[in-house]
Write a protein that binds this ligand. Structure first.
Ligand code: SAM
Ligand code: DTB
Ligand code: SF4
Length: 340
């Protein structure tokens, strides 16, 4: 009997190796739960060890195709089904994109991110974006695009055109996701991120806080991001901009200190990523943003507009960075090695 058992064991199918999570939710949650000053100290120590220059990256956004989107993302002013006053427009001409990119470069931005209100781009859209990417890159800017879900072949085409980064957010924790979006699955987002990675593009991936999620769900988002292998090079942390007409309008606002904690936890768990203060900076004010920089944020969206909503005025940002004595990144370390 014993021999039989041994034989059974000997011939059993090999156990599938499950990759260990680098950052299980419980460990991320333990960081969130630290006393505020301990968390800030840990985040600042991590930040200094990984970014000794301490510079802040300036990334400018342009909406290359605004509004009329078929998806139902509950936060988004560009979803056609919500009455938000955002008008659906055609894709911009390359000339308009280049003019905006030149202005961004003159203002000191090093990265230019082109966003489109698509569920996923059609192949003929990719053709237009390829031209935009080539020409924006020729200006010496790093390029980023956010166009929705990508097929593998589309990611490869964008990479071949010289795109540096692709932005595609996980938005929130898997267990909160269906409270916000029903027209695409969490797995669809992970699949797009996989195609982006295998095309050799750098990944820009983050989420939104302040959508009514719990602290554990914020920890769940950070855990998902930090467990991507490798974790994203850029992590945009958006503070929900509540737009009238969207389902998430009217929620109680998130405690600003909880936003600062989220930045600190992102810094600790993804030590070499550029952690970007993204949407919602106008509502945060100077003191909270200063705490975010202390917590390890080292990138901002810079320019008077995000995609459809207002960002702080560029001039006000220059004043703030100056007041804090923070220098901006002026070197571009893109694949082509071009510099501005
Ligand atoms: N349509 C594409 C997509 O959804 O992937 C690209 C553009 S979409 C506007 C990019 C990201 O912007 C979203 O994933 C979301 O994280 C963020 N976003 C959109 N509306 C927002 C809002 N009201 N507040 C904060 N972040 C927002
Ligand atoms: C990201 O994470 N935030 C940016 C960018 N990636 C594309 C977009 C914020 C959009 C805020 C709402 C709007 O302006 O329409
Ligand atoms: Fe469309 Fe993107 Fe807005 Fe969702 S977030 S509604 S996919 S533009």
């Amino acid at each position: 009997m014993q021999a039989e058992n041994q034989q059974t064991l000997h011939f059993q199918a090999p156990v599938r190796q499950i990759e260990a999570e680098t950052w299980p939710v419980d460990e991320v949650m333990a960081l969130f739960d630290l006393p505020f000053t301990d968390l800030m100290h840990k985040a600042q120590t991590t930040h200094r060890a990984n970014f000794p220059d301490g510079d802040v990256e300036l990334a400018t956004l342009l909406s290359i195709k605004t509004g009329g989107c078929e998806e139902d993302c509950g936060y988004c002013p560009q979803a056609a089904r919500y009455d938000t006053g955002v008008e659906a427009k055609k894709i911009l001409d390359v000339r308009e994109v280049l003019d905006a990119a030149k202005a961004a470069r003159e203002n000191g931005a090093t990265r230019f991110c082109m966003g489109a209100a698509w569920r996923s781009p059609k192949d003929r859209d990719i053709e237009k974006v390829e031209t935009m990417v080539r020409e924006v890159k020729a200006l010496g800017l790093e390029t980023c695009a956010t166009l929705g879900m990508l097929k593998e072949e589309q990611a490869q085409r964008l990479a071949a055109a010289g795109l540096d980064y692709y932005n595609h957010n996980l938005d929130t924790a898997p267990e909160f996701y269906d409270k916000v979006i029903s027209t695409r699955e969490y797995q669809d987002r992970l699949d797009t991120l996989g195609h982006v990675r295998s095309a050799g593009l750098k990944v820009c991936c983050g989420g939104i806080v302040g959508m009514g999620e719990s602290r554990r769900q914020r920890a769940g988002l950070i855990s998902q991001l930090a467990n991507l292998n490798p974790y994203p090079e850029s992590v945009p942390v958006n503070h929900l901009v509540q737009v009238e007409g969207t389902p998430l309008h009217g929620l109680p606002p998130l405690d600003p200190l909880e936003f600062v904690r989220t930045i600190a936890v992102a810094r600790i768990t993804m030590p070499k990523a550029r952690v970007r203060l993204s949407a919602g900076r106008r509502e945060l004010g100077e003191a909270v943003q200063a705490m975010c920089f202390l917590a390890g944020a080292n990138s901002i969206f810079y320019g008077d507009k995000l995609l459809t909503t207002d960002n702080p005025e560029a001039e006000d940002d220059r004043v703030l960075l100056d007041k804090l004595g923070l220098k901006t990144r002026n070197k571009i370390e893109s694949k082509s090695g071009s510099c501005s």
